[in-house]
Design a protein around this ligand. Structure first.
Ligand SMILES: [Zn+2]
Length: 486
């Protein structure tokens, strides 16, 4: 068993653990009442949240990168909003995986494999797959699959989720997950449910095409991408896990082609952010030296492709700790005056790698003023200020930003780092406790607060905050425990 398949197995077991085993059962929504059969939207969300937290914490292929998160969510949420949904109900993320796949989990969590992003020839093609997955979520296909089986128990749901993940994986890692799913039981039954029915697939296609049209993407992108996936053969075909979980019939293809023909033909340019997002995933695949050689050998005719090439070279060179080459490639990219927050972030990274932290912080700040939606530039600025020995400034930034985004884990992490750098241990522990509380790890949060309380450090405001937070979290933990016994 490879290290990777082992880790996936660990993920699968972690999922089973969090969904089935008693200690965590209290966190689960009430799944009883088989007469009602199926899942409410709130229950779906809760199950999705639990699974997502496990993926974030334990799945090594999960790409924890603010730029990747930013691009995927702005694309996905734009599509969801165009389809009439509430964009914040959706969360999109990327898994580092060469197989061509994407899948939706309960509660609007949608995963896209990096392999699929790299295989997309246009942004419209990527939007087509994302739109299709949004269709599955919008139409509550997972919940309706449960409806059909009529047995909405925690075990069934856990297996369902595992089967989604297993089905989404190609090759041996999928096997490991599937095996783990058997531990959870009923895997075979779940697998049948999970391969969505043809009518669900067509529904997802229809919603996907509508959202693409409403967003201004080229619906033909969905058709051409699915067509290419369908035509793949040999080892390439084995990589198209997408077709296993979303079976592509001749009728479905004809259906899509018919719908697209109805609309006017459309030529849609890719966004600059898309080409750099794809270039970043490209530069991050494989060993640094190999990645650098690979992206350098790419030919680029169009302006966007040339920019993407310089961007990828700079990024891969940074990974390879070659700041000279990185800064040369960045200069080429700057000469092109290619507009994107990705360029600003890259410039800050290059400066940072050269030890110029004050300059990197300034680039981030100016970049954020130019691209206010790219909030990750603000977090990057804070990291650079910490490196530059300005933790007080960072503590203030984090406090202010938390007013707008109280659910942002990265801000608590930043706060903890800033306090640690100032030797303010009690404040640091308080920030760490909030981070654990956000992750719903109440015992760890309480432990941090107890340490902070016992140390007696911090001013009376900090100590009062610690006392009151400790009371709240203890009450919440007690609540969870008593719910479990019911
Ligand atoms: Zn599908």
């Amino acid at each position: 068993m490879s290290a990777q398949s082992f880790s996936r197995r660990a993920l699968a077991l972690a999922l089973i653990g969090s969904l089935i085993l008693q200690p965590v059962l209290a966190q689960l929504p009430d799944l009883g009442d088989p007469a009602r059969a199926g899942l409410s939207a709130a229950k779906e969300k809760q199950i999705g949240q639990i699974a997502m937290r496990d993926i974030r914490l334990h799945e090594p292929s999960y790409i924890d990168d603010p730029e990747v998160e930013y691009y995927m969510n702005s694309l996905g949420r734009r599509l969801a909003a165009a389809g009439g949904a509430i964009p914040e109900d959706f969360n999109f993320f990327v898994l580092r995986d060469p197989t061509l796949n994407a899948f939706a989990m309960p509660g609007g969590y949608i995963a896209v494999h990096s392999g699929l992003v790299l295989a997309a020839q246009t942004e419209s093609e990527l939007a087509g797959v994302v739109g299709h997955e949004i269709g599955h979520v919008e139409q509550h296909h997972i919940a309706r699959s449960v409806d059909q089986s009529g047995t909405a128990t925690a075990t069934v749901l856990a297996s369902l989720l595992l089967a989604i993940l297993a089905g989404s994986r190609g090759g041996s890692s999928g096997g490991a997950l599937a095996e783990a799913a058997l531990v959870g039981g009923q895997a075979a039954a779940m697998q049948r449910q999970l391969t969505f029915s043809q009518s669900f697939e067509r529904e997802a296609d229809r919603v996907g095409l509508q959202t693409m049209q409403a967003t201004g993407f080229d619906p033909q992108g969905m058709v051409s991408f699915f067509e290419r996936l369908g035509k793949a053969s040999g080892p390439e075909r084995a990589d198209t896990a997408f077709l296993r979980t979303h079976p592509l019939s001749r009728e479905r293809m004809a259906d899509m082609q018919g719908r697209v023909k109805e609309g006017p033909p459309r030529v849609v340019a890719d966004s600059n952010d898309f080409v750099l997002f794809r270039a970043k995933l490209d530069a991050e695949a494989g060993l640094p030296r190999d990645a650098l050689n690979r992206v350098k050998s790419r030919t680029a005719m169009r302006r966007q492709d040339q920019a993407a090439r310089w961007y990828a070279i700079a990024h891969a060179a940074l990974r390879d700790r070659n700041t000279v080459e990185a800064s040369k490639a960045l200069a080429q990219l700057r000469d092109m005056q290619f507009e994107s927050p990705f360029v600003e972030m890259l410039a800050a990274r290059v400066a940072s790698a050269q030890g110029k932290h004050a300059e990197a912080a300034r680039i981030c700040r100016e970049g954020w003023q130019r691209y206010p939606a790219a909030r990750y530039l603000l977090l990057a600025e804070a990291d650079e200020l910490l490196e530059d020995g300005k933790p007080q400034q960072v503590a203030v930034m984090a406090r202010d930003a938390l007013v707008d985004e109280p659910g942002n884990e990265r801000l608590y992490l930043l706060q903890a780092k800033a306090f640690a750098a100032q030797g303010k241990t009690a404040d640091q522990q308080l920030a760490q406790a909030e981070l654990f509380a956000l992750r719903d790890n109440l015992p760890a949060a309480i432990q941090q607060l107890q340490l902070a309380q016992r140390s007696g450090e911090g001013d009376h405001i900090t100590q009062a905050a610690i006392d009151s937070r400790l009371r709240e979290l203890r009450a919440r933990l007690k609540d969870q425990k008593s719910n479990k016994l019911e």
